[in-house]
Design a protein around this ligand. Structure first.
Ligand SMILES: [Zn+2]
Length: 266
């Protein structure tokens, strides 16, 4: 029940993320914010409640505005589906960490790592906004990057509180952050923004804080670049936004962290 509920909330946050991305963009271009209600960006028609249902409304209207027929765009439904899947998977990971001996809702909620789950989902909201923004305009807004890093720090702090602080843990986190953010900062700095954008290393900083183990940092790097290469070959593009691949790889590594670490220990 909790996983399904969380997945539905995730779809709503995917929709919210697109809204936020557009609002930040319009503000940066010094254009008027269309107001509190959602509107068609082409004809300005206010959306009715049944047009605001994540995924379903887009499918029913086949991705077009009800009034003017202008295409809404594929990023919108992809963000909603990604919100649904990522929230569902992350919640599944936390539910899976509760011992299977536990029965009853009160005992279950007491055993569930609720602070960790809430912090991880908060990071996810920032990451979805970043991936939509990067996918559309090949850059990332600094405010949302900072929000994501701060929520990553909160998650990291919660994990340290739960596992206890040791030099070994701290070193692990520093190496993980150093590998991810360090490599991308160097690429950004040395190539003068030609190879990677300025937002990538900051997103990597947040991802490093969330993963906290050097083995996971390496798998994150491999997976993100592998996915990016496949998609760029498929689209026959030479350059594409890298943020979305970093985020997709992060969700996979974060959700299957325990399985990956077990596999690596063999
Ligand atoms: Zn319209």
């Amino acid at each position: 029940m909790l996983i399904i509920f969380s997945a539905l909330i995730g779809a709503a946050f995917g929709s919210f993320a697109c809204c936020q991305a557009w609002r930040i963009r319009l503000k940066e271009e010094n254009k008027k914010d269309p107001g509190k209600r959602s509107v068609c960006l082409n004809c300005g028609e206010k959306l009715a409640w049944y047009e605001n249902i994540p995924v379903i409304s887009w499918l029913l209207q086949r991705g077009r505005c009800r009034k003017c027929g202008k295409k809404i765009g594929v990023a919108e439904i992809l963000a909603e589906i990604f919100g649904l899947v990522s929230f569902g998977l992350i919640t599944w990971r936390f539910v899976g960490e509760v011992s299977s001996d536990i029965v009853g809702i009160t005992e279950f909620l007491a055993a569930l790592n609720i602070p960790g789950l809430v912090a991880a989902l908060s990071v996810m909201v920032g990451m979805i906004i970043l991936m939509v923004y990067d996918g559309k305009w090949q850059e990332m807004p600094v405010g949302i990057l900072l929000y994501t890093i701060i929520m990553g720090l909160v998650y990291c702090g919660i994990t340290i509180c739960q596992n206890g602080l040791s030099w070994e843990n701290l070193l692990q986190i520093l190496i993980c952050v150093g590998l991810l953010a360090g490599i991308y900062y160097l690429l950004y700095f040395l190539s003068k923004e030609k190879l990677v954008g300025g937002g990538d290393w900051m997103l990597c900083l947040a991802i490093g804080l969330m993963l906290g183990k050097w083995q996971l940092a390496l798998i994150e790097l491999f997976l993100a670049n592998f996915l990016g290469a496949i998609v760029m070959l498929g689209l026959k593009k030479k350059k594409a936004a890298f943020g979305p691949f970093l985020v997709i790889a992060f969700v996979v590594v974060f959700v299957f962290e325990n399985a990956i670490m077990r596999y690596l220990s063999f």
